[in-house]
Write a protein that binds this ligand. Structure first.
Ligand SMILES: Cc1ncc(COP(=O)(O)O)c(C=O)c1O
Length: 391
């Protein structure tokens, strides 16, 4: 028996399995499973054809079931950005997790170390960019009683051009690799080289130049490590906007795209790289017209149902409508040009979110629909397991 409003909401969501799309209450996140499956297969086929390891970024969907699905389609594991994302996905049965980010806080490292200790069959890895971070990781693992040799893989993160985390390319990485290798419980796994800002550069030339810069950073660092007698087992990085370029460089052995699975409006505005697989919009917000006047229709989705950091959502259906921000709970629709009819009160309107990652984080569940958004049925309810797992 569900006891809380939260449990009741989840029970009501689950009861929609098998029902038509019309039964999904709004606003709701809806995945077109046919489109998502094609995205899943296209990326898996690309990685396989290029001989690359595919480690999709699960920060995007935060869903253990989708992580497992990606692994069933050839992914070696998943990336996450946060300790608590890792723990949520591990609890949901994802058994190969790389935190592609810095973790230095003692309580987070303690949680991570305890998870490593209590799930011996799992594979774990973490990025580092400081000696102190490595020392703290080692101490946390020792305190949790983790002694197995190479229990946690460690990637040294270099700044590939974003000026975010990561040591400068070159010699700085050598000291970190040596520190990692000094602790038998850690395994030096290679380099983390991700250029986040490159992903949404619209022109192909700009993106190519940014990834050339990242490749140079990798080369300089590999050379410094080689001079020190250290072999680099793997270079990992790349996102949905640039993975073809990292693949073409021949330097990266693993790619970490996340958004390709759902494909948001912001990514769709990138000019495509020649030869890159094409991804379809699989993630939509289902909304309903709740107020209608002669010049506008107002839907029940504002920026509590979709993130607006990368732009407002696009209206996927009906065609010819422009979305403007009506606040936390409202979206305002107007005809994009003369002659386009406005939807009526109670009509369904489908939105494509500007940015999928923070949009997903606003929702408890995603409804997986098979057979198209117009006439399909709810096949499954996917839980956003790591929703709010920000620690
Ligand atoms: C470290 C890292 N790798 C890969 C990605 C790829 O993400 P996406 O393909 O969604 O842009 C991200 C996204 O922010 C990231 O932070």
């Amino acid at each position: 028996m569900p006891e809380t409003a939260h449990a009741l909401r989840l029970e009501r969501a689950q009861a929609l399995v098998g029902q038509g799309v019309a039964a999904i209450d709004t606003p709701a996140l809806v995945i077109d499973l046919d489109a998502m499956d094609r995205n899943l297969q296209r990326m898996a086929a690309f990685a396989a054809a290029r001989g690359l390891r595919l480690r999709p970024h699960a920060k995007m969907h935060k869903c253990a079931e989708l992580g497992r699905l990606q692994m069933a389609h050839g992914a070696v594991g998943v990336c996450v950005q946060k300790t608590d994302e890792a723990l949520a996905l591990a609890a949901g049965g994802v058994d190969d997790i790389y935190i592609s980010n810095q973790v230095v806080d003692a309580s987070k490292l303690q949680r991570l170390a305890q998870a490593v200790a209590s799930r011996p069959g799992m594979r774990w890895a973490l990025a580092v960019d400081s000696i102190e971070g490595i020392v703290r990781l080692g101490k946390a693992l020792a305190a949790a009683g983790v002694t197995a040799s190479g229990a946690v893989g460690v990637f040294v993160e270099i700044d590939a051009g974003q000026n975010r985390c990561g040591v400068p390319p070159g010699e700085a990485a050598v000291a970190l690799a040596i520190q990692v290798m000094s602790l038998p419980v850690l395994r030096f796994a290679g380099l983390q080289a991700y250029h986040g800002r490159a992903q949404h550069l619209r022109s192909t030339e700009e993106r190519a130049a940014a990834i050339d810069h990242a490749a140079q950073a990798v080369r300089i660092t590999q050379e410094a490590l080689t001079r020190a007698g250290i072999e680099v087992p793997l270079v990992t990085g790349a996102g949905s906007g640039s993975f073809l370029l990292e693949a073409d460089s021949g330097l990266w052995g693993e790619i970490q795209p996340g958004s390709y699975l759902f494909m948001d409006a912001d990514y769709a505005a990138n000019l495509p790289l020649a030869g890159a697989p094409v991804f379809e919009h699989a993630l939509h917000v289902k909304t309903q017209v709740m107020s209608r006047s002669s010049d506008r229709a107002v839907v029940d989705a504002g920026h509590k149902s979709h993130a607006i950091d990368s732009g407002l959502p696009r209206v996927a259906h009906p065609a010819g409508l422009e979305f403007s921000n009506g606040g936390d709970e409202h979206g305002i629709l107007k005809p994009a040009r003369a002659g386009v009819p406005l939807p009526e009160l109670g009509d369904t309107v489908w939105l494509i979110p500007g940015h999928c990652d923070p949009t997903v984080n606003l929702h408890e569940v995603m409804f997986g629909v098979r057979g198209g958004l117009a006439a399909g049925r709810v096949e499954r309810v996917l839980h956003v397991d790591a929703r709010g797992a920000l620690g």
